[in-house]
Structures are given as structure tokens and as C-alpha cells.
Ligand binder design. Structure first.
Ligand SMILES: NC(=O)c1ccc[n+]([C@@H]2O[C@H](COP(=O)([O-])OP(=O)(O)OC[C@H]3O[C@@H](n4cnc5c(N)ncnc54)[C@H](O)[C@@H]3O)[C@@H](O)[C@H]2O)c1
Length: 368
């Protein structure tokens, strides 16, 4: 079996989860980890099985032994690392949001297409078995005609005025709830419905226009959204709405998508991510433990364990990377025949964010 040599650039919260998921794949060797500071090198060398630890991501990009780069850096670095990796002919699996702006995302996507490299964007929630099952059931017609898509993505990390760190609230970012979590809802909802969002009407809220940095006492003037409420219309005409917030106490990682049809309703919630809730009329509602005994045949590929051995966040991540590396091995990526999110979906995420920003500014519907 061919093994791909990989570099993970950025070893914070998500870089560590890429590492774990990559270690579950048979055809990957993690050659390099890129950290930010020299002081991190000994710790990373001790904690991870890796050949090279460096602070210079350009060194990893220039390494002829490396075929794939995982870009797990903060948002503001995404374009630079993605473009350099593509220019060096590497396949690239990048964290969301794809870019800070649609223009940036489009430039990176065009470069990846021109270079003919495989590209993936980490909208991993669509690779959860229950999300695949929801999409499969909607496709099969069980839902009937979709009437409305609703949902939310709520977290609690910056609910208080002193919840400031430059990592949590980057002052140069044009959007926050939208770029951090809204893009995930947009991808997951469009994926299950089989039609992307094409139009938005958004309202943005900055609950704490001035925050206090508890480390320095400095006042921070905040310009990006703590909360955004959005009405949407999908490409098939289905209407919907969602709430995104980083300020909802008690909500840890509360992503949910409900599709209401004229025959059934399906709900998936990330915090109970092995379950699919089915709304029935005249039958009683159902909670399905998605497993091989009751799911559609095509969902089985996303499951490894029997019911009750709940698949979770890390399984979706593994499924996404399995599909990405599988498409490199079979060259399916060259035909676009892939189910993981690609840079085309990444661009759509940035269009969604920019359309919401324009809508909130102009107080009107905006087309993506
Ligand atoms: N897909 C998801 O569900 C998901 C979840 C969380 C974060 N993310 C995305 O992942 C990215 C990183 O987020 P995070 O939560 O891991 O942040 P983080 O701050 O925990 O990690 C980022 C890491 O990058 C490092 N870094 C910064 N500059 C660097 C450089 N020049 N070279 C090497 N390393 C550098 C930082 O030191 C830090 O360790 C963001 O774009 C975020 O949107 C995605």
C-alpha cells in the first residue's frame, strides 16, 4: 500500500485532532508537525510520533518527501499556507473557514484547480454517519417535500465582557460567529437537503461592543458578530432560518439541523451525534441509533461499531480524512467524485458569510 507523507501545520486544538484521525488511517505517515514557537518543540517531540518538528511551515511545504499538507493554522494564515502548498504541488486538506473573504477563497480554489491537486476543507460534520443517513433518507423521498430547514450553532465561550483573548476574538476578522460556526451549519444543512443556500437575510449582534482584556485591562473595540440570526433560501426554493452564537451559556458545541417535510421531519444534533430524530404524524416519533442494522446501505461505510457504541466527533473527522486520502489513492478527486467537502464548498462558505455581512449592513436579502 502506498503511504502518503504528511505535514500538520499548526498544532493547537484542531491540529491535535487531525493527528488523531490521521493515525487511524493505514496509508498515512505523519512526517512533520509545524508549531509556532521553539519552546513547543520538545513537548511535541515527546507527545507525538513524528519525524520532524519545526517552527517553519515553509520548510514542510518545500520538503520533497511530503505529499500532503494539513493546514490547521488560525484563519488569518489560511490563504498564505494553502497557496504555498498548492504552488509546491502538494495535496491540501485545510481548516475552515477557507479564507477571511470570498475573494481570498476563490483565488485559492482557482490555484488548486490549476495545479490539479486534491483539496479538502474540514466541514467534517457532513461525514457523520447520522448526517449521511439523514441525507440518504431525504434523497429516498421518505421526507416528502421539504417545507423548511431550521437550526442553530451555539457555543458559550465569549458570553461575558471579559471573555477576551486575541485567539477567541481576532480583531482583524470581518466576522466571528459566522466564520467560526455559521459556515458549518451552512454546509451541513445544504448537504443534507442536497441544495446549497442561495439567498440570505441576516441580522448581526455585537453584545459587548467594548470588551476588557483580563490580561492587560485594555479595552477592545469589537466589530465582529457575537451572534447572527439568518433567514435563508436554498437553491431548490426551500426556506429556512438559523441562529449562530458564541455567547449562549450552557451550549457547548450545539449544532443542529432540522429538515421538516410534508411526510416526516429529521433532526440531527452534534452533541448527540449518533442519533437521528424522526418526527412522524400518527405513528409516534422515533429516535434512531444509527447503526448497520437499521441504516441505509450507503451509511454503513461511515460506521465502524454496532449500535450503542456511539460514534462521535472524532469518527466524523476520521471519515472525512479516509475519504480524502481514498480519493487521492483512486484519483477520484480528479473527477470531482468525492463526498468530503472540497474547496468548492469552502468558497461557498465564504460567500455565505459575505452575503450575511452585506445583508446585515444593507438590511435586505442578498444572493450568494
Ligand atoms: N473543523 C472544525 O470543527 C474546527 C474546530 C476548531 C477549529 N477549527 C479551525 O481550525 C483553525 C485553528 O483553530 P484552533 O481552534 O486549533 O486554534 P488554536 O489557537 O488552538 O490552534 C492554532 C495553532 O496554530 C499555531 N500557529 C499560529 N501561527 C503559526 C505558524 N506561523 N506556524 C505554525 N503554527 C502556527 C498556534 O500556535 C496554535 O497552536 C481555525 O481556522 C479554526 O477555524 C475548525
Amino acid at each position: 500500500m502506498k503511504k502518503y507523507n504528511v505535514a500538520i501545520v499548526g498544532m493547537g486544538f484542531i491540529g491535535k485532532l487531525h493527528y488523531d484521525a490521521l493515525r487511524r488511517l493505514p496509508n498515512v505517515h505523519i512526517r512533520t508537525i509545524v508549531v509556532h514557537r521553539e519552546s513547543e518543540i520538545p513537548l511535541v517531540k515527546q507527545a507525538y510520533d513524528v519525524d520532524i518538528v519545526t517552527t517553519d511551515w515553509r520548510e514542510a511545504v518545500a520538503d520533497p518527501q511530503i505529499q500532503v499538507i494539513h493546514n490547521c493554522t488560525p484563519n488569518a494564515l489560511h490563504d498564505e499556507v494553502n497557496l504555498a502548498a498548492i504552488a509546491a504541488g502538494k495535496h491540501i486538506y485545510a481548516e475552515k473557514p477557507m479564507s477571511l473573504t470570498t475573494q481570498g477563497a476563490e483565488a485559492v480554489y482557482e490555484a488548486a484547480k490549476a495545479a490539479g491537486v486534491a483539496h479538502g476543507i474540514n466541514y467534517q460534520y457532513r461525514m457523520n454517519a447520522a448526517v449521511q443517513e439523514m441525507r440518504g433518507r431525504i434523497r429516498s423521498g421518505e421526507l416528502g417535500r421539504p417545507l423548511y430547514v431550521s437550526g442553530r450553532y451555539l457555543q458559550e465561550s465569549v458570553a461575558r465582557m471579559t471573555d477576551y483573548t486575541p485567539r477567541r476574538i481576532p480583531e482583524t476578522s470581518p466576522a466571528r460567529a459566522l466564520l467560526d460556526i455559521g459556515v458549518h451549519w451552512a454546509d451541513t444543512s445544504g448537504f443534507v437537503l442536497g441544495a446549497p443556500i442561495r439567498k440570505v437575510y441576516a441580522k448581526m449582534y455585537i453584545h459587548h461592543p467594548i470588551r476588557i482584556d483580563p490580561a492587560t485591562g485594555r479595552e477592545i473595540h469589537v466589530r465582529s458578530d457575537d451572534t447572527t440570526a439568518v433567514m435563508v433560501e436554498f437553491a431548490d426554493g426551500t426556506p429556512g432560518s438559523a441562529l449562530f452564537s458564541k455567547c449562549m451559556l450552557g451550549h457547548k458545541n450545539d449544532l443542529s439541523v432540522t429538515v421538516s417535510g410534508d411526510q416526516k421531519e429529521y433532526t440531527w444534533n452534534q452533541e448527540r451525534c449518533d442519533l437521528l430524530e424522526v418526527g412522524n404524524r400518527g405513528l409516534g416519533n422515533e429516535t434512531i441509533y444509527v447503526d448497520k442494522s437499521c441504516c441505509l446501505p450507503e451509511t454503513a461505510a461511515y460506521l465502524t461499531l454496532p449500535a450503542g457504541h456511539a460514534p462521535g466527533w472524532q469518527d466524523a473527522e476520521k471519515n472525512a480524512l479516509l475519504a480524502f486520502y481514498g480519493s487521492i489513492e483512486t484519483e477520484a478527486y480528479l473527477k470531482g467524485a468525492v463526498d468530503y467537502a472540497t474547496f468548492a464548498d469552502g468558497v461557498w462558505g465564504n460567500r455565505f458569510v459575505d452575503a450575511c455581512l452585506a445583508s446585515a449592513r444593507q438590511d435586505k436579502w442578498i444572493e450568494l
